[in-house]
Design a protein around this ligand. Structure first.
Ligand code: CU
Length: 152
């Protein structure tokens, strides 16, 4: 009769869990991202998997963007493959996967999106490339605009 008792016990545990945390009431987590020349500050090292309210604020003096990409196990956030300009080629990249973008963030601009994140490691980068008047190309990623986020 041991087996039946085990099944009943598991059933009771499952019911308790369902009553305590119904799926529809699962809490969203929040993540604040600040961007400026030449870094990205992420408000948490890790967030729980699921819905995340992501707020981005440009505290810099130039236009920036945020690209959130899921990485493969061995990808290093600050050492992702780049093109001649020093930017990540989003069309041909063979690592990771782009999950969401906040494009054309003017200085002082705030933006917010709710994103569903699966467990894993993520890179948060600004992948803007600008050409200065003297012809110099400035790739924000190569100037240090990247940060890591873990989703657990
Ligand atoms: Cu930038």
């Amino acid at each position: 009769m041991g087996n039946i008792r085990t099944v009943l016990a598991i059933g009771a545990v499952a019911t308790t869990v369902a009553l305590t945390v119904p799926a529809w009431a699962a809490k969203k987590s929040k993540l604040d991202i600040e961007i400026r020349e030449w870094n990205i500050t992420v408000g948490a090292e890790a967030v729980p998997a699921g819905e995340v309210d992501v707020s981005v604020k440009n505290k810099g003096k130039e236009v920036h963007e945020i690209v959130i990409m899921k990485l493969n196990t061995n990808d290093a956030v600050g050492r992702l493959p780049v093109d001649r300009d020093g930017a990540i080629d989003e069309k041909t990249m063979t690592f990771g996967k782009i999950i969401e973008e906040f494009e054309g963030m003017e200085p002082g601009k705030k933006d917010k999106k709710t994103i569903n994140l699966k467990p894993g490691r993520y890179a948060i980068v600004c992948n803007m490339v600008e050409q200065e008047k003297d012809g110099t190309v400035e790739a924000h990623y190569s100037k240090g605009m990247s940060a890591e986020l873990k989703v657990e």
